[in-house]
Design a protein around this ligand. Structure first.
Ligand code: CA2
Length: 142
């Protein structure tokens, strides 16, 4: 069974609790349930959310050391700011798909730049939570 990690960055623990017009009304718990329902019999899924850059970086290093097969990452706002997160992804040498719930290109200009995207195999933006499903489907075929 492939081991896939789903990493979520800052403020994504607030999903479904604020700004439903941008991010929808489902919570992170709802997302985990939906992903386990679709992939639970085919993949071993690990979920991790942190509001702290260093914790995300440490987790990525552990995923590499424990030979995970793929990473789905929504780095939240760190996407646009974190060279350290990019370096962690590059250093992991694992297939990674960057997911954004909203279409970052339809939003403020500062969201148009992703520092982490070049360290990923692919980017999915604007599909809502469906983006996480699509990312795992891709990683399971890759
Ligand atoms: O669209 C995405 O998934 C983002 O990664 C979400 C980040 C944002 O900084 C990125 O530019 C795009 C923000 C996550 C904040 O999530 C919240 C969810 C519900 C309520 C409040 C914040």
């Amino acid at each position: 069974m492939k081991k896939i990690a789903i990493l979520n960055g800052p403020n994504l623990d607030r999903l479904g609790k604020r700004e439903p017009e941008i991010y929808g009304s489902a919570t992170l718990g709802d997302l985990e349930k939906a992903l386990r329902a679709e992939f639970g019999d085919r993949a071993s899924l690990e979920f991790f959310q942190s509001n702290h850059e260093g914790e995300l970086i440490d987790r990525i290093a552990t995923l590499a050391d424990t030979k995970f097969d793929g990473i789905v990452i929504n780095g939240g706002a760190f996407t646009h700011t974190s060279v350290a997160l990019r370096d962690a992804l590059l250093g992991a040498h694992l297939p990674a798909v960057e997911v954004h719930i909203s279409n970052i290109y339809k939003r403020e200009e500062f969201r148009h730049t992703s520092l982490t995207a070049p360290a990923c195999t692919a980017v999915i933006t604007g599909l809502g939570l469906e983006g996480y499903h699509a990312a795992i489907r891709f990683l399971l075929r890759a």
